[in-house]
Ligand binder design. Structure first.
Ligand SMILES: [Zn+2]
Length: 110
């Protein structure tokens, strides 16, 4: 719920910056490692925006895959199972590079 609260405040800030009268669409990027359930966000977003200009805005939620980068050969690979073994060289030590993001990438306004 706290997450949705911050999303709503970012959206309303952005809308204010562009002097919007209404927010029609919100594009969100959520890393799969955050374990955020899109349905929950949609549910709370609707409640929290009820009395704002973002009421009824469509949420486009893009789930970003978990990716890791091999520390030995530099190979970047998707790792949904959190297996950090590099599929290219077999090195066991890789660094998670994405999957933890939560960002409002853009909004559409009227
Ligand atoms: Zn490697």
């Amino acid at each position: 719920m706290g997450i949705t609260e911050s999303i709503v405040s970012i959206v309303l800030d952005k809308a204010k910056e562009s002097n919007a009268k209404k927010v029609t669409e919100v594009n969100l990027e959520i890393g799969s490692l955050t374990q955020i359930v899109p349905d929950c966000i949609e549910f709370y977003f609707e409640i929290m925006t009820k009395d704002t200009i973002a009421k009824g805005a469509k949420l486009n939620i893009h789930t970003m895959p978990t990716k890791a980068k091999c520390l030995q050969c530099g190979n970047v690979f998707e790792t949904p199972e959190l297996d950090l073994t590099c599929p290219k060289c077999g090195n066991l030590f890789s660094q998670i590079t994405s999957g933890k993001e939560l960002a409002v990438t853009s909004i559409e306004v009227d």
